[in-house]
Write a protein that binds this ligand. Structure first.
Ligand SMILES: Cc1cc2nc3c(=O)[nH]c(=O)nc-3n(C[C@H](O)[C@H](O)[C@H](O)COP(=O)(O)O)c2cc1C
Length: 148
């Protein structure tokens, strides 16, 4: 089974996941966007949280949505305001996941992702969802990806 990890990362946790999965012969596609947050935490949380809540879909840079050669698609996203980070909304919007095995890897500060989990289970009933608590800091969280 050919697998790809398509992911977004704002502050590096997703990159740690990508490095781990690369070792398992999983192809990696990091998604870039011009979407930016303030360096000031308060404004970062306000804007990021608001945009996540209203399911904003920022423009992606050179996103390649061709996944024809893959059977298993793993989507990785940070959790903002308990929801998918806005760039992940754009990824889902631009990627046809029908007839694919789907896994979501959600990385969050608390290890929880209640709203995102509910939304993903509603839209992708057969998907597998794995939630990691800050894998950049807690490397042992990567153990949860062993069975992939
Ligand atoms: C705008 C914003 C909102 C966040 N909201 C949450 C949240 O609701 N719950 C949580 O557990 N972590 C929250 N976090 C923390 C991130 O989910 C966590 O640091 C994640 O690992 C970041 O992944 P990245 O480094 O790949 O961007 C938030 C971070 C940002 C920047």
């Amino acid at each position: 089974m050919k697998t790809i990890f398509i992911y977004y990362s704002y502050s590096g946790n997703g990159d740690v996941v990508a490095d781990f999965l690369k070792e398992k012969d999983i192809d990696i596609r990091k998604v870039e966007s011009n979407y930016k947050l303030s360096n000031i935490l308060f404004f970062q949380m306000m804007k990021g949280g608001f945009d996540a809540a209203r399911k904003k879909k920022p423009k992606l840079i050179n996103y390649d949505n061709n996944i024809e050669e893959y059977d298993h698609i793993i989507i990785g996203t940070p959790i903002w305001n308990s929801r998918l980070a806005p760039v992940c909304n754009s990824i889902l919007d631009k990627t046809d996941l029908s007839n694919k095995k789907i896994t979501f890897i959600l990385y969050s500060g608390s290890g929880e992702a209640k709203n995102a989990y509910k939304r993903l289970k509603a839209s992708y009933q057969n998907s597998n969802i794995i939630i990691l608590k800050q894998p950049k800091k807690y490397k042992e969280e990567l153990e949860k990806l062993k069975e992939l």
